[in-house]
Design a protein around this ligand. Sequence first.
Ligand code: RB5
Length: 145
Amino acid sequence: MKIAAGADHAGFELKAQLAEKLRSLGHEVTDFGVAAADSVDYPDYAAKVCKAVMAGETELGILVCGTGQGMAMTANRFRDIRAAVCSEPFSARMARAHNNANVLCLGARVVGAGLAGEILDTFLNTAFEGGRHERRVHKINSSSA
Ligand code: RB5
């Protein structure tokens, strides 16, 4: 699978670990940075990943910041992006199965590398269930005010 990854200074280390894990599993990862601990603005990296997903360059995106929250808030402003902050595998499974989430947001100050890896595995290995959820996801996509 093709996956876009991005992080700010708080998340870059966890993002690097997850990218490595994904590559070892045979996935193709496009890493949009950041690659160092110097302070940056997370919306800039959320935008890069979301644009890759929107353009169909990658199927999914992964965003890591301190909490995952700022990344998700930014990502969900992009058309057809459904970003979910997940801190345990159940939420990751449901975000895929019911919400057809296409961007996983993780908080490097919330979860350790081991748990983050399990969350990521669950996210990648869960398919959208469709059916009644399809209508609701269409409503998410057409929601604006
Ligand atoms: C950076 O200090 C922090 O605010 C950021 O990584 C993130 O947690 C924002 O949501």
